[in-house]
Write a protein that binds this ligand. Structure first.
Ligand SMILES: CCCCCCCCCCCCC/C=C/[C@@H](O)[C@H](COP(=O)(O)O)NC(=O)CCCCCCCCCCCCCCC
Length: 216
């Protein structure tokens, strides 16, 4: 059956390919590809059910903010995360200590996704080394507690915890990734994780260097 791109099934390979395309030759991170990687992940999240809707809505919101910057009149300044940081800082377009006139800066918006990327790195790492009887909900909440949760208020942590309990088990989860039998999923994860880690690391260094880790 033919369908639009939106109907197409999630495929882990595509996500990994997109994160691979994120890095330029001199190790800058292309914003368009970064956003595309998240879009694909959200497709998977949506296929897991409506209990994840509040997570996917927030992520989609953030993606829309970044896409608006990319397509805006200063879009050429947003080609890479590096150029975005430089442009927004030089032009005082970032609220640095408290929320003010720039609640939708590219820098603060990307920081939220960047923190979520750490969760993803930890979660995929756990999935890769998990045994057949490991629970996805446990792997997911452990990864969340070690990363993103530190930036969330109690009520969000609570809602996330409840949603994690609704995750499908490991076999169904592997199936959804659409790359074949479990051994192949594990191999793909082993191949792809270093890419995600590299994108994460480069962004982390850039943000640390410019003191952007706590943007409100
Ligand atoms: C597969 C299970 C998916 C679990 C996702 C784990 C992340 C849980 C995040 C809970 C966020 C709840 C929504 C609210 C967030 C905001 O408060 C908060 C702060 O924003 P603000 O400063 O603008 O107010 N936003 C955020 O931290 C950004 C969260 C973005 C989460 C994106 C998660 C996408 C997950 C994609 C899953 C794909 C699974 C991949 C397996 C191959």
């Amino acid at each position: 059956m033919a369908g639009t791109e939106e109907d197409q099934k999630f495929c882990l390979q595509e996500v990994l390919d997109t994160f691979k395309l994120c890095l330029s030759e001199n190790k800058e991170v292309y914003l368009e590809q970064y956003v595309a990687g998240w879009r694909k992940l959200i497709k998977l999240l949506n296929s897991l059910g409506s209990v994840f809707g509040f997570i996917s809505n927030d992520a989609v919101n953030k993606i829309h903010i970044l896409v608006a910057h990319l397509n805006g009149e200063n879009g050429s300044q947003y080609v890479t995360v590096q150029s975005m940081v430089k442009y927004e800082l030089e032009n005082e377009l970032v609220d640095l200590t408290k929320r003010g006139g720039h609640p939708e800066s590219g820098c603060r918006t990307l920081l939220r996704l960047h923190r979520a990327l750490r969760w993803l790195e930890l979660f995929l790492g756990r999935l890769r080394t998990s045994s057949e009887d490991s629970k996805t909900s446990v792997m997911c909440s452990e990864s969340y507690n070690e990363s993103l949760s530190q930036h969330h208020p109690w009520v969000v942590r609570k809602a996330a915890g409840l949603a994690f309990c609704m995750l499908p088990g490991r076999p169904a989860f592997f199936e959804v990734m659409n790359v074949g039998p479990p051994e192949q999923v594990v191999a793909k994860l082993g191949e792809g994780l270093p890419l995600i880690s590299e994108v994460y690391q480069i962004t982390e260094e850039l943000y640390t260097q410019h003191n952007l880790m706590d943007l409100p």
